[in-house]
Design a protein around this ligand. Sequence first.
Ligand code: AHR
Length: 334
Amino acid sequence: MGKMRTQSAPWRAAAVLASVLLVGGVAACGNSDTGGGGTKDDGKITMGFSQVGAESGWRTANTTSIKEAAAAEGIELKFDDAQQKQENQIKAIRNYIQQKVDVIAFSPVVESGWDTVLKEAKDADIPVILTDRSVDSADKSLYKTFLGSDFVKEGRLAGEWLVEQKKGASGTVNIVELQGNTGAAPANDRKKGFGEAIAANPNLKIIASQPGDFTRAGGKQVMEQFLKANKQIDVLFAHNDDMGLGALEAITAAGKVPGKDITIITVDAVKDGMQALADGKFNFIAECSPLLGPQLMDLAKKVHAGQEVPPRIETEETTFTTEQAKEALPNRKY
Ligand code: AHR
């Protein structure tokens, strides 16, 4: 008997612990049933955010904006860096669903292949906000809203500027294009917008177009190939500043003067890109704003409260020439 009594003590403790955990678990489930996610007793909203990666200056500024805005709004942020891989984003989103966060937000690395995981979030009654980049899902009910830029417009603005610059140019203008990562919305859309803008001018000819993955290293490497393969390059259209900055190294190493021998057009307008523009190494930038954090947190609060939000919220943006970059640089935040 004595022996039995000493053995049963740890079991009793385990049983007490199990019942405490069970009560806690039930309480948590109860909250999620009513709150549509993981609302805790403190009323704090928890957001699970899956970021594309850290491939560019733009992305770094975007991550900072999101983290700062979450802190300012008292939103608990669970953040995951997917390192430019869709499978990592899907894994992160599934984790957030399991953790019963209140809102899921993400910037999809590519446009396609999200329906299954978005359906899982919908079935779990967790609202999803797309930010920066969209998906090509036909079922728009899989997400609440898409907050971000009009990438087609950015490409079009870049193309229209070039058409204006090359008005009356005699002979063919050879253009090379550094695309973002394959399948990404900004890569698809900027290519489309730029192509449409120059289409009526057959002398403006894209002679090479390849992905540089939105990175400096990618931009440098692909530009080196372009320069080796093509005797005459008149214009570079890079889908972001970072690839343009990488390309500058390749152009200089090839003995050419960036901004003069080769006209350089980019997208983003991060500080380093703006500096290159102010220095005359770039010639034109179509802005893409990464400062999406405050609007994203505002939307998170609204969808969590069950309020209707517009299905599409477009970021306000502009363009920069060298003179405008010089003026804007001192106050540039990112
Ligand atoms: O989706 C926005 C794009 O992604 C930015 O233009 C680019 O710099 C980033 O990597």
